[in-house]
Design a protein around this ligand. Sequence first.
Ligand code: ADP
Ligand code: MG
Length: 698
Amino acid sequence: MVEKNPLKSSIRYLRGIGEQREVFLEKMGVETVEDLLEIYPRRYLDRRQVVPIRDLRAGTDATVIGKVTSFRMLPGRKSRFVLRLYDGTGELNCVWFKGGFYLKNKFQLGEELAVSGKVRLFGGFQMTHPDTDRISDFNDSEKLSTGKILPQYPTTHDLVEAGLDSRGLRRILYRALLDYSSFISENLPEALLRKYNFPGRRGAINAVHFPVSGGQLRAAIQRLKFEELFFMELMLAYRRWSIRKKEKGIAFVRVGKRTRNLVEQLPFQLTETQKRVIREIWTDMKNPAPMNRLLQGDVGSGKTVVALVAMLLAVENGYQAALMAPTEILAEQHYLTFYRMLEHLGVKVALLTGGQKKKQKEETLKALREGKTDMAIGTHALIQGTVAFRKLGLVVIDEQHRFGVLQRAGLRAKGTRPDVLVMTATPIPRTLSLTVYGDLDISILDEKPANRKPVITTWRPEKNREEIYKFVRKSVEAGRQAYVVFPLVEESEKLDLRAAAEAYEAFRTGTFKGISVGLIHGRMKAGEKETLMEAFKQGKIQVLVCTTVIEVGVDVPNAAIMVIEHAERFGLTQLHQLRGRVGRGTEQAYCILLAYSPISKDARERLQAMKSGADGFKLAEVDLKMRGPGEYFGTRQHGLPNLKLANVIEDAGLLLKARQEAFQLVKSDPPLKMNDHPRVREFFLERYRDKYGLIKIG
Ligand code: ADP
Ligand code: MG
C-alpha cells in the first residue's frame, strides 16, 4: 500500500482556511491541497509594464498601480461610485455606475491597488469599471506582492466575499507552498525533462505562483501544460491500446454479390471520396482486430450510404449490424432508406425506437435475438437491457456527438468485440480530433456530391419578416418545399412550443393560405411524427413548421428553402446543422436567418459567419474561438479531463509532442514498469483511474 500523499489532504487543514472558505473553494472543485496548487493564475501583471499616471493617454488600455486616496458614492440621476488612486505621478479616477453598495466595503483607504482598463479624459484621467486587483495592505509582512511579476487569480463572487480575492489567494497559496512544496514529486520521465529542457515539477509549480523572472515563468508554464496534455494523451493511448490488444475481433472477408448489386443500383454514382472511405473501412473490417473508426464529413457529404455499404458487408459475412441515431425522426428516415435499398436484396431491416407499440417492439426484439433480422436501426432504445442480438458484428453510431461515451460503449457491448464505426458532421481541426477522438482511426469525407450548389444564406431583421414569407410563398408556388424552424430550449420549452404552434396557425390561415402547412416537434407521438415526415417527403406538405427536431440528418432533397426564426438564439454549429437540411437537391437553395433584437455582438458575429459562405470546417473554428473547446465539445461527454492550463488550439504544437511521447511510452512499456516510469504510472492511476473508469493499464 502506498502511504498517504500529503498533497491529497483536505484544504481544511491549511493555514488561513476556515469553514466558509472551505465551502466556497469546494464549490469550485478545490478539495485537496493539490487542487489548490492547481488554481493557476489567469494572467500576470508585469510591474515593468505598469504606466505612471502622468504618462497615461486617453483611448489606450493601461494598467496603473497606486494607493487609494479616497472613495465615495456620488448621488444623482446617474449615481456612481468614484475611487481615487494616486501613484506619486498623478491621480486617476475609477468610476462604477453599478455595485456601489458592495464596492464601498471592498476597498480600504491607503491600500495599494492595480487597475486595468480603458483610459478616458473627463476633467482628469478616468477609467470606467476597471479590473481591480488589491495588491498589498498595511501588513504584507510576507512581501507577497513585491515581485516584478504578479499573478492574478480567477475568483468567484463568493470567494471575494470570503476575503479570497486575488491577493487573498496569493496569501494562502504562499503558505500552502511553504508547508507542502517538499511533497510535490516529479511525474514525468527524466528523459522527457531533458529532451524538452523542462524544469522539474516542484520548481514549476512554485514558479507559476511566485515567478522570479519572465523566462522562468514561461518555462514553468510550458512544462505544466505539457504535463496536462501528456496525461490526457496517455489516457487515450491506453484506451486505444486496450482495444487493440484484446483477442481477435471479426474478420469480414467476403464481399458478396449483394454488396456489388447495391452499389450498382444506387440512384447516384459514389464519389471518389466515398469510394476511398469505403475502402478504408473495409480494410479495417477485413482485419481481425476490432475496427474503431470515426467517419467525419460535413452535413450533406453522404455518410449514410457509406454506413449502408459497411453494414451490408457485415451481413454478407453472416453477422448482424446495428445503426444508432440520436432522434426518432432520423432513425425512421434511415430505416426507410435502408428498407428501400435492401428489401429486394433479401436483407431484413428492423426499426427500434422508444415510441413504438409494445407488440411491434416485442416482435422486433424476438427477430433480433433469433437472428432473423439482419439490421437494426434505432435510437438509444437499442442499448436497453431487453435488446439482444444473435450475432452482432458491426455497430454504427450516427451523429456521435449526440451520444456519451457510455451510450456508445453500451451498443458495442451488445456484440462480441464488434467493429465500430462512428459518424459525425462536426468538422474539427486535426489537432483537436487527435484529442477528442484520440483513440479512433479517422476517415474524412471532404468532398460533397458534385451536383450541389452552395446554399445562399442571408440574415434579416424582424421588420423584413413579411417580405421574407412572400418570397417563401412564391418559391413554394413554384414547386419547392420549405422549412420554418423555431428555437426550442428546455428552460422555455412551453413558451417556445407555443410560439411555433401560433405561427403555424397564422401561416395556415393567413400567409400560406391555400398551401399545405404542417407542424412537427419533439413532443409529438412517434407515429404522428412519422406520418408528418413521410407526408413532407412525398411533397404532400409544402411548408413544414418545426422545432430543432429536424436539426440532425433529415434528408428531403426537394426542400430548398429554410427560414430560421430567432436565429440570434441559435449556436453556430446548430445553425450550420440546420442549414444542412437544404441544398440537398439540384435546385438553388436558400437559408434565411430571421433575427429579433436585441441582437448581441456574439449573435451578430454568428449570423455574419453563416452568411460568409464558410464551410462547416471554418465555422467550427469560429465557434471554437467564440466558445472555447470545453464548451464546444463538452469534453466531459467525451470522457476527457478538463484542461486547466493548456488550450488545445493555442497549444497545438505542444499537444502533438505530448501525444507522440505518450503513445510512444505506452508502446514501449505498457505496464509502465521500466526505468523511472513507475512515477508516471502512480500519478496517472491516482489521477485518472477513479474519474474515468474506462481505462485499463498493463
Ligand atoms: P450526411 O453526410 O449529412 O449524413 P446524407 O448521407 O444524408 O448526408 O446524404 C445527403 C444526400 O446526398 C442524400 O440525399 C443522399 O442520398 C445524397 N447522396 C449521397 N451520396 C451521393 C452521391 N455520391 N451523389 C449524389 N447524391 C448523393
Ligand atoms: Mg447523416
